[in-house]
Write a protein that binds this ligand. Structure first.
Ligand code: BG6
Length: 486
């Protein structure tokens, strides 16, 4: 798929659907405040918030101010800046299925200027929302649309949503959000790979033994039972965030950092994923246990009913192309694991011959660990000689070459992912948004996994909260003579 290079200009109005929701309170409003505070939003940008709750401008601003006070770090919250930001914000009460609300919205927005719409609403409302937007003229060449997940539960339902969107918004004006792409450390992966000469020549099956991607979380359901139980770890985390990370690790060097070049390379990787066998996956569901020192309950109790939804998944994936032949990608993610950690570990092969072996030294292969959150650092494990006269033989030891982003860029404020994504949306740059062919390739692979699970009648294995998932997940990698980077 190619993107037409229609130049999208800066938006003059941003419409936020779902403006009274949790995402708006925790992420969207604080991000917009931060952008306004740093004078990065166009001076004239108006923000029109909408949701079902009855508010007027004043009461919504009061609600939004509370959200800012609660979610903007104290060190960055300035009352004056918050007030100035809120002056841009107005509110229209709107029921997504009621045409009259859209007419009020269209009146409030006006028909001139460039409009960016951010939809963070239930997927069942996408279609009626899009139809209604189109009916009141809030679609067309002056409007772009950002969509927040979940966009469907499988390829068929995601295509249905994408078709509904495409009927009113062409692909180059459709901005599908994967908030992992807004994370600074995820973008830094591109800089590491493509702004340095060192790594690319060894970035393939000739030198890499395997890759591990871990996204572990300590949280449980957090009141999202209805959504999460219908999704599970595979669809909630692997289908989107983890496959995007995998694509960024595995893709060929794009010729430009632009939407077409980057997304063309990612989609090639996603389409090269080998259909998964059930025996290459392990699923689990958390039981009672302790995370940190805090006792926590079992999934079914959190949910309020028994369920066979997986809260943990570990997979051994393969990218079937020339570069990655023979290199497994081990992925694992889960809720109620011992720590919150997102990282990518690139395990290199052993040296082909160790001249130190005859002097009794053993050496470990190099490993590059890209820590994405909460720690932000890149560390390269290298072998070094332990100081000494070596009378009893040479000792080699692992030492780490560490780039701690927090130290290296201590003077730069860390932005939340949505700051980057909202600004790119307002400015019309789709590079860090997911194109339809990527989403569909992701779903195709995920649907294959679910079909394999159901054919093999795979059921989640219990694991105690605060552990690294079922023991079978450890066996999944250890039977290949490897181990998780814990
Ligand atoms: C969301 C998932 O997409 O990502 C959540 O729906 C998950 O279940 C969250 O907790 C993780 O995001 P982050 O930025 O905290 O790693």
């Amino acid at each position: 798929m190619t993107d037409t290079h229609e130049k999208i200009v800066r938006a003059t109005t941003l419409i936020l659907f779902g403006a009274t929701g949790d995402l708006a309170a925790r992420m969207l409003l604080p991000s917009l405040y931060a952008l306004a505070h740093d004078r990065l939003l166009p001076e004239a940008l108006k923000i029109v918030a909408t949701a079902r709750s009855a508010h007027d401008d004043g009461s919504f601003r009061a609600h939004a101010r509370e959200a800012l006070e609660a979610h903007v770090p104290d060190s960055f919250f300035e009352a004056d800046a918050a007030d100035r930001f809120l002056e841009r914000v107005s509110y229209v009460t709107l029921d997504a299925t009621d045409a009259a609300g859209y007419r009020r919205l269209a009146e409030a927005v006006g028909t001139d200027g460039e409009i960016a719409i951010f939809l963070s609403t239930a997927p069942s409302l996408f279609k009626p929302t899009i139809d209604n937007l189109e009916a009141v003229g809030l679609a067309g060449p002056h409007v772009r649309l950002a969509l927040e997940k979940p966009l469907g539960t499988d390829l068929a339902s995601s295509s249905e949503i994408n078709d509904a969107v495409a009927s009113a918004f062409p692909e180059e004006r459709t901005f599908r959000i994967d908030h992992y792409l807004g994370k600074e450390t995820v973008q830094n992966l591109l800089a590491l790979r493509f702004a340095n000469l060192l790594f690319e020549p060894v970035w393939s099956g000739s030198h890499i033994d395997h890759v591990q991607i871990t996204v572990s979380e300590t949280i449980g359901l957090e009141g999202r039972g209805d959504y999460y139980d219908g999704a599970g770890a595979l669809r909630d985390m692997v289908q989107n965030h983890m496959l995007q990370l995998l694509a960024l690790v595995a893709m060929e060097p794009p010729s430009h950092f632009d939407a077409t070049a980057v997304r063309d390379e990612k989609v090639k990787v996603l389409r090269s994923l080998r259909p998964m066998r059930a025996e290459d996956s392990v699923i689990g569901q958390y039981e009672a246990g302790a995370v940190g020192s805090k006792p926590v309950g079992r999934y079914s109790d959190d949910l309020g009913r028994e369920s066979t939804t997986e809260t943990f998944v570990a997979l051994k994936a393969h990218v079937d192309n020339w570069r990655w032949a023979g290199v497994p990608f081990y992925l694992r993610t889960g809720k109620r694991l011992p720590e919150r950690r997102t990282e990518i570990a690139i395990q290199f092969k052993s040296v082909p011959h160790s001249m130190f072996a005859s002097r009794g030294a053993t050496s470990a292969p190099n490993r590059l660990v890209i820590a994405i959150q909460p720690a932000e650092n890149i560390s390269l494990e290298l072998m070094a000689k332990q100081p000494g006269l070596d009378r009893g033989g040479i000792r080699l030891r692992n030492v780490e070459l560490d780039i701690d982003q927090a130290d290296a860029f201590a003077d730069v404020r860390r932005r939340i992912a949505y700051e980057r994504l909202l600004l790119d949306l307002v400015e019309g740059d789709p590079t860090l948004f997911v194109r339809r062919d990527e989403v569909e390739a992701q779903w195709q692979w995920i649907d294959g996994i679910r079909a394999a699970w159901s054919q093999a009648n795979l059921k989640p294995r219990p694991y105690a909260s605060g552990t690294w998932g079922p023991s079978a997940a450890i066996a999944l990698i250890e039977r290949d003579g490897r181990s998780w980077n814990d």
